[in-house]
Structure formats: C-alpha cells, structure tokens
Design a binder for this molecule. Structure first.
Ligand SMILES: NC(=O)c1ccc[n+]([C@@H]2O[C@H](COP(=O)([O-])OP(=O)(O)OC[C@H]3O[C@@H](n4cnc5c(N)ncnc54)[C@H](O)[C@@H]3O)[C@@H](O)[C@H]2O)c1
Length: 327
C-alpha cells in the first residue's frame, strides 16, 4: 500500500486518531463519521475538505478507503470490525475490540483468512517511563508486580458507559494495565482470579462493577495484582510496582523511583507522556506501508490480551480461579 486513505468513526478520542493519521507521511483522513449532530456541524465547519457524515456506510462502500479507525462506543466495535473485514479495510480499533469471547473467536477466524491488519490503541506501550522500565527489568529476577488503573474520572461512567448493555470497567480500563504487565514481562498468564464490587457507584446510574481486582499467575510463578478502579477519588493514573530480587521499580503519585539496597533514585523518564501516544498509530501506519516492518502490537498480542480479559470475567462469575485458554 503506497497511500493510506482513512476514515474515523467517532470523534471523542477519535480526535486523537485524527491528529495521529492526518498528514502523517502518506496518510490522509478522508472521511469522519460522527453521530452527534452538534459535533457534525462543528466538524463540517472545521474541516471543509473532509467528508463529514453520520452514515458509516459512506466509509465502508468507499473503495478508496483502506484504513478505518474505530473510536465509537465499545458496543459498536464488533459490528464495525466485521464490516471492515467484509469491505477490506485495515483496522485501528479502540479497546476493547469486542465484548464477548464468541465475538473474539469470530473476529480472529476472519482476520486469519484475510490479509488485513488490525491494531488497538494500547497507548501505555509507547510511554517513555514504561519503555524505560521494560529495558531495565530485562535481566531482573521479578517475583511480583502490581498495576493499578485508577480512573479518577467517575463522571465519565454516567454517559454512554452507563447505557450500553455489556460495558465493563475491566474491558474498558483494566485492559490497559493487563496489557502493560503482559508486555513488560513478555509472558502470558496461566490463570486468573477476580473479585469486584460497585460500592463507589452503587447509588448512581452506573449499575455495573466499578472496582475490579485480578490476581494473575505467570509462568515461573510470577504473581501480578491488577486493579481497575473507576470509582476512586484520585488523579487519572497508572500506578506500577515491580519487585525483583534486588530492586523495586515504582510509579506512584509522588513520583517514579528505582529502589535498591543502598538508594532510592528518581526516574527521569516522562509520565504520563501523552505526546508520545501518537507513536503507536504512527508505527501501525508505517507497518501498512512497509509490510516488513512489524507493528509494536502483533495480532497475537491482541487476541491473547482479550483472552485474559474474558477469562477474568469468567473467574468473577464462577468465583474461582480460571485457567486461561488462549484462542
Ligand atoms: N485508548 C485509550 O486510551 C482510550 C481513551 C478513551 C476512550 N477510549 C475508547 O474510545 C472509545 C470512545 O470513547 P470516548 O471516550 O471517545 O467517548 P466519547 O463519548 O468522548 O466520544 C465518542 C464519540 O463517538 C461518537 N460515536 C459513538 N458511536 C458512534 C457510531 N457508531 N458512529 C458514529 N459516531 C459514534 C459519539 O457521538 C461521540 O462523539 C471507547 O471504546 C473507549 O473505550 C480509549
């Protein structure tokens, strides 16, 4: 593919997709689909040269479009992915790519039969601090990790996240830190146990669990504790602690440090490092134009990650430890 002609569905976080794709090397955004009428009006005024529509089929029926960036609500992703595959469009899909194991299996079977590429916006992988930590832990003997996704934006739960049927804080938020831990370790967990509650949001219109805790067991007996905490009064933050035999790496509200027997040293890498987030999409665009270039997130990473998330939901339902089956 020489030139990337793309379309974006949904202009919330989709704005960030737009900024990453439009005019990056050989890429253009040619169509934006948005169903909110006031946003439609704004977009038409702001981008007179770009097709602005509320009908997604204008994207799928357009033969020029070879990449679709799906930034719609979680419950729309699955159907839009299927349409992308049917109409031969490469795919960037916001997390979570779908809401059930059955959907995941079907997507995988279709993607394997196609020569399309798919990725998801797992932005922590391009974060300066986490990249630095990943390098530093390479030779360390890790025995325990903690990764907490603390949303600190409770009000966000009360819009579409309260309305759609299968919304899950685990799939919508916790997924970022599950991916972070799997990526940092370069390992797949063997089993998961999950507990959850909705104490922080019980008297609100958000009726699902707003707090999850997962225990993941990895090969080599490494243990990870993961939380997806959407109800806490906090800054939006990704807390991380990695304990090795000789060192501890820690990112908390008070800063990021490496601790060893003799010292506590501040890490100079950037966090939250939002400006680097575009790199993930740029890297995917590069891999479309130069097929030999591998994307940071391989297809198998996406399917493995979603398999872990669905196993975690299953563990919660069954109230027991579940052995993770990778699809
Ligand atoms: N990767 C990340 O860090 C990250 C951050 C925020 C949100 N997200 C994901 O992005 C998606 C959107 O969340 P958001 O925070 O941008 O929500 P949002 O409500 O801020 O914006 C979503 C926009 O998409 C539009 N929209 C929704 N469904 C549509 C459809 N089928 N067709 C056309 N327009 C549609 C809405 O009108 C709205 O303007 C969700 O899947 C969410 O999980 C990811």
């Amino acid at each position: 593919m020489k030139k990337i002609s793309s379309a974006i569905i949904g202009f919330g976080i989709g704005r960030k997709h737009f900024e990453a794709i439009h005019r990056y090397k050989n890429s253009e955004v040619n169509i934006v689909c948005e169903k909110d009428l006031s946003k439609l009006k704004y977009l038409k005024k702001k981008f007179p040269k770009i097709k602005i529509t509320n009908n997604e089929d204008e994207i799928f029926f357009n033969k020029e479009i070879n990449l679709v960036s799906i930034a719609s609500y979680d419950s729309d992703h699955y159907k839009q992915i299927l349409k992308c595959i049917r109409y031969k469009k490469n795919i960037i899909v916001e997390k979570p790519m779908c809401l059930s194991l059955k959907e995941l299996k079907y997507i995988k079977s279709l993607i394997l039969k196609s020569n399309l590429k798919i990725t998801s916006n797992l932005v922590l992988r391009v974060n300066d601090l986490f990249l630095d930590i990943k390098k530093k832990i390479k030779k360390e003997n890790i025995f325990y990790l903690e990764a907490d996704y603390i949303w600190g934006r409770k009000n966000k739960l009360y819009g579409w996240r309260s309305k759609i049927k299968d919304y899950s804080v685990l799939l919508g938020a916790g997924i970022h830190v599950i991916d972070l831990v799997m990526w940092l370790l370069n390992k797949k967990p063997r089993s998961v146990f999950t507990v959850a509650n909705n104490i922080a949001t019980s008297k609100t219109r958000f009726k699902k669990n707003s707090m999850y805790l997962l225990v993941l067991e990895f090969p080599g007996n490494i243990i990870a504790k993961i939380t997806a905490n959407a109800g806490g009064i906090y800054e939006h933050f990704h807390e991380l602690k990695i304990f090795t035999k000789n060192k501890t790496f820690s990112n908390t509200l008070t800063g990021s440090v490496t601790i060893d027997k003799n010292s506590i040293k501040k890490n100079s890498s950037f966090y939250p490092d939002k400006k680097n987030r575009k790199k993930l999409i740029h890297n995917f665009l590069d891999s479309l134009v130069q097929p030999k270039k591998k994307h940071t997130i391989q297809n198998k990473d996406l399917f493995n990650l979603m398999s872990v998330c669905f196993a975690a939901e299953e563990a919660l339902k069954k109230n027991k430890k579940v052995k993770i089956k990778y699809i």
